[in-house]
Design a protein around this ligand. Structure first.
Ligand code: SDX
Length: 428
């Protein structure tokens, strides 16, 4: 990799030439590893300016609102590819030929069933348990079924883990929903495509055969694409950190699910819909805008703002169009929440506070309304996000394990007490 250097002068006037590693596009990075030998650390809470790894999977330009997966713009992938094509692209670096796609899709289809013992996991949960809690526990439990058989240093074993996770996550996700409403689990149907199969496992019952609406299935497939990967976000970084300890891949993905659940991250789609429901009517929007600007009020506009995008999230644009398509198809076009969302977006984008802080709608702003129109309950929204993001998580896990890597072990700025002698209880 072509290098130039950054010169730093230390407190003792010693100068260090730190290599600058060049990106193919976007920010170059300063390799600061030499600082540790000078007993110096960098300080970057929240990792705003820290590249934790090298990657070739996803590129984001937050100022221009660009998102590329292996060089392909998200808009083009969402409008012309299927989710399984994007899974193949994330995993292998290239879009599949028809033959490669058919082989990949067949592998996924043949791994959608889960071991019957896993069905017993669910009975340990209350029926009203949050589906993300059930998903996290059940995916973590998969490590009990494939641990001995998984040598993470074997590329074929890594590929097999990826296939199993992408194939089984929709089955488990649908089971989380069925369990919560007391209906029997529906088995995967090999005759259906990925999104149709998920909708069928969610909404069919043994008493009634259904064939999901292909237009709605296509919309859901697009939602999966929009949520597939997003560079080194909190949950992907979690998967990489857990994976750097050589942990079981199913345990790594369970850790990613845990991180995604937070309302500041993947939980924002559920929180955004709950917020729109709390607003209820356009007449209440200004009250919530005022709260969002009030520093003494912890309330934030859910579905707005992003650590990286300081321009419109390109996924939000596609999500808004998909939302409109689904509302039209389902006859929910007069959904008052959609009207509230459109009005809130307009007001926020004109408000100086949001303009100055570059707070635009993110992918979560419209996804909740769309998922609700598809009949998916609010507490399942982040489960859908986790379902889709599994392909990104496992692609990053494979990329890390296929390249030179070390166990992740950040340091700190210690400002606690310096060493002092123990004080016996009677003298305190
Ligand atoms: C996802 O990282 C990824 O790529 C994530 C994701 C992915 O695909 O993996 O894109 C998915 O997580 C999208 C984000 C979903 N979260 C939300 O919609 C929750 C609401 N958003 C905020 O919590 C916030 O915007 C974050 C967490 C998304 C970003 O936080 P940052 O980058 O740490 O920014 P910040 O909190 O420092 O905010 C900067 C300023 C602050 O004001 P000041 O202290 O500078 O005065 O903007 C304000 C914040 O108070 N601000 C908001 C706001 N978001 C930020 N004010 C009101 N409403 C908001 N939503």
């Amino acid at each position: 990799m072509p290098k130039n250097t950054l010169t730093v002068t230390l407190a003792n006037d010693k100068t260090l030439e730190l290599p600058v590693l060049k990106a193919s596009v976007g920010a170059n990075v300063v390799d600061i590893q030499a600082l540790a030998k000078e007993d110096l650390f960098t300080f970057d809470p929240g990792f705003l300016a820290t590249a934790a790894c090298e990657s070739k999977i996803t590129y984001i330009d937050g100022d221009k609102g660009i998102l590329l997966h292996r060089g392909y713009p998200i808009e083009e992938l969402a409008n012309h590819a299927s989710y399984l094509e994007v899974c193949y692209l994330l995993l292998h670096g290239e879009l599949p030929t028809q033959t490669e796609f058919n082989t990949f899709a067949k592998q996924i289809t043949q791994h959608t069933m889960i071991h019957q013992q896993i069905c017993n996991f669910f009975n340990g949960f209350r029926r009203d348990a949050h589906p993300m809690a059930i998903l996290m526990g059940t995916v973590g439990g998969l490590s009990a079924f494939y641990h001995e058989a998984t040598d993470i240093h074997n590329p074929d074993h890594r590929a097999s883990a990826a296939c199993r996770l992408i194939a089984k996550i929709p089955t488990i996700a649908a089971m989380c929903y069925k369990y919560s409403i007391g209906q029997p689990f529906m088995p995967p149907q090999n005759r259906m495509n990925y999104a149709e199969n998920f909708l069928n496992m969610m909404f069919a019952t043994p008493s009634e055969e259904t064939m999901p609406d292909p237009v709605l299935a296509k919309a859901l497939d697009k939602i999966f694409i929009l949520h597939a990967d997003h560079e080194q976000n909190a949950s992907t970084s979690t998967v990489r950190l857990v994976g750097s300890t050589d942990a079981n891949p199913f345990a790594c993905i369970a850790a990613g699910i845990a991180a995604l659940w937070g309302p500041a991250h993947g939980g924002a789609n559920e929180a955004a819909l709950n917020m729109l429901e709390a607003i209820g009517d356009e007449s209440n929007i200004n009250t919530y805008i005022k709260r969002a600007k009030d520093k003494s009020d912890p309330f934030r506009l859910m579905g707005f703002g992003h650590r990286v995008y300081k321009n419109y999230d390109p996924r939000a644009k596609v999500m808004r169009d998909t939302c409109y398509e689904v509302l039209e198809r389902t006859g929910a076009h007069d959904d008052p929440l959609f009207k509230v969302a459109l009005k809130l977006e307009k007001i926020a984008l004109e408000d100086p506070y949001f303009v100055e802080k570059k707070l635009y709608p993110n992918v979560d702003f419209y996804s909740g309304i769309t998922l609700r129109a598809l009949g998916i309950p609010t507490n399942m929204f982040t489960v859908i996000f986790a379902l889709a993001r599994t392909s990104g998580w496992i692609s990053h896990w494979i990329e890390m394990l296929s390249s030179d890597h070390r166990i992740g072990r950040p340091r700190q700025l210690y400002t606690g007490m310096t060493q002092r002698p123990f004080v016996p209880m009677k003298k305190r």
